[in-house]
Design a protein around this ligand. Structure first.
Ligand code: GDP
Ligand code: GDP
Length: 455
């Protein structure tokens, strides 16, 4: 049956597409210069993960959405790593470790024209330990003459090497077919499968905002649950901490506690770690140093969590150091620089004095509740009907596009599909989002709104 001019099948399709759960994550790892970034560009089908020829350029974006044969997944690019001249093995292994950690499957890229090096062997050991499905990509196989070199990579013991030319696209389709076979439909840490397990928190923020201080504070004052006893995790980088009577899993805490001293590539390393932690978590507690001006780096971290669709809490740290003047300017900065997350619960804390630590948990709970909110279709449409009647879309070209009906296609974060009679302008979409928040809360969560237009 048709609904207001929409084919029932189209409506169902739109809801299914918009309501997709968390996407599985594919990590692309390998030594510098084997062609990881070039491959990522191929996989995502655009030139977003720019291949930089200039050394020292740090990239801040590390995860991308991709689609192959109708399936969507996320790609983590580890190609932004600046070669660390002193400890190349160590740095390649370290970056690969984070990416593998967060991934559901891994593409291991080897330069077939060079063959397997000691560093490649080191990454193979990591892959074995991690036990994630691996697709071996023998890159730079630009023509048949290099095929034999690709076959040599059977020796790595990772199964069939897929000969690929990331540069020209040769063999990438076959390799992606193998990737889809290796990649589960939903992430292993799927929110659905973790029902009853501890909720997962990523404590993120730029270097020196006080992450490790805060973690130590909560871990020392509250009960640290011994991982082995709890029996729920074998992941040494995650930590179970009991806060406010509830056990939480702080993900990737090893990365917070372990001080990484690197000159080159440190920013990229931090971005990769943040992205990995965000992927594994349900809620991101974003720490901001309130004593300093809010920076572009703070905004990038916020954007990363928003784009990943995680519940968000903002914690303004080092509150003990603030004088009246700084407090005044901080409020102005928050208004202008962090307007995109004006909906996030906020706590003003001091990891040093312990100020307001008890407010963290209520903030986290509020954000998770917003993230899981589901609005019944009847209530949503009553709301939309009133909204459209009171505030119609502006007339464009003699026509007035209308939102006809809508539905919430998913949660974690809330995703809506609106069905409309014509193109709905950006400003009006923003207005609808604002009104949805006023009506239904959604505190601490990004919300997605997609619009389908009647043909
Ligand atoms: P990354 O450091 O692993 O991310 O490597 P890049 O993607 O930056 O590539 C390193 C260099 O290898 C660049 O100059 C690429 O153009 C080149 N390259 C990447 N893939 C191929 C390929 O399939 N064939 C050839 N001939 N060159 C490639
Ligand atoms: P991370 O890099 O985010 O893990 O930051 P750290 O926890 O290592 O903290 C960086 C610096 O800020 C250290 O010197 C801490 O002692 C200091 N610091 C952290 N939290 C606070 C706080 O609440 N108040 C003050 N005054 N200093 C803090």
């Amino acid at each position: 049956a048709a609904v207001e001019g929409f084919d029932a099948e189209d409506v169902e399709g739109a809801i299914e597409e918009a309501g997709h759960g968390p996407l599985p994550v594919l990590a692309i790892v390998g030594r510098p210069n084997v062609g990881k970034s070039t491959l990522v560009n191929r996989v995502i089908g655009r030139r977003e993960a720019v291949v930089e020829d200039k050394p020292g350029v740090t990239r801040d974006r590390v995860t991308y959405e991709a689609e192959w044969a109708g399936r969507r997944f996320k790609v983590v690019d580890t190609g932004g790593w600046e070669q660390d001249v002193l400890g190349i093995d160590a740095s390649v292994a370290a970056q690969a470790e984070y990416a593998i950690e967060a991934a559901d499957a891994v593409v291991f890229v080897v330069d077939a024209t060079v063959g397997a090096t000691d560093t490649d062997e080191a990454v193979v050991r990591l892959l074995r330990k991690a036990g994630k499905p691996v697709v071996l990509c023998a890159n730079k196989v630009d023509g048949p003459s290099v095929e034999a070199d690709a076959a040599m990579l059977w020796s790595l013991g990772l199964g069939e090497p897929h000969p690929v030319s990331a540069l020209h696209g040769r063999g990438t389709g076959d390799m992606l077919d193998a990737v889809l076979e290796a990649l589960p439909e939903a992430p292993a840490q799927s929110f659905g499968t973790a029902v009853g397990g501890p909720r997962r928190i990523a404590l993120i923020g730029r270097p020196n905002v006080g992450k490790s201080s805060l973690l130590n504070k909560v871990a020392n004052e509250e009960r640290v649950v011994v991982n082995e006893l709890a029996g729920t995790t074998r992941d040494p980088v995650d930590e179970l901490i009991e806060l406010g009577g509830v056990t939480w899993k702080f993900v990737d805490t090893a990365g917070i506690r372990k001080r990484v001293h690197l000159q080159q590539g440190a920013d990229y390393y931090a971005s990769l770690r943040t992205a990995a932690a965000v992927e594994k978590a349900e809620v991101a507690v974003i720490l901001i140093d309130a004593s300093e001006s809010i920076s572009v780096q703070d905004q990038r971290i916020v954007t990363m969590a928003v784009e990943a669709g995680r519940a968000i809490v903002l914690a303004y740290n080092k509150w003990d150091t603030l004088d009246e003047e700084r407090r005044y300017y901080l409020e102005r900065e928050i208004e202008t620089e962090l307007a995109q997350v004006a909906w996030a619960p906020r706590v003003n804390v001091s990891a040093r004095t312990g100020r307001h630590m008890e407010k963290l948990v209520p903030g986290i709970e509020t954000a998770l509740a917003g993230w899981e909110t589901r609005v019944p279709t009847g209530r949503l449409n009553a709301f939309l009907g009133e909204l459209v009647a009171a505030h119609p879309h502006p007339v464009r070209g003699g026509k007035q596009p209308r939102i006809l009906f809508g539905t919430q296609a998913g949660t974690k974060p809330p995703r809506f599909v609106l069905f409309a009679s014509g193109f709905i302008e950006h400003g009006y979409r923003r207005f609808v989002e604002r009104r949805l928040r006023e009506e239904f809360g959604f505190e601490g969560t990004p919300i997605h709104i997609s619009v389908r237009v009647r043909e």
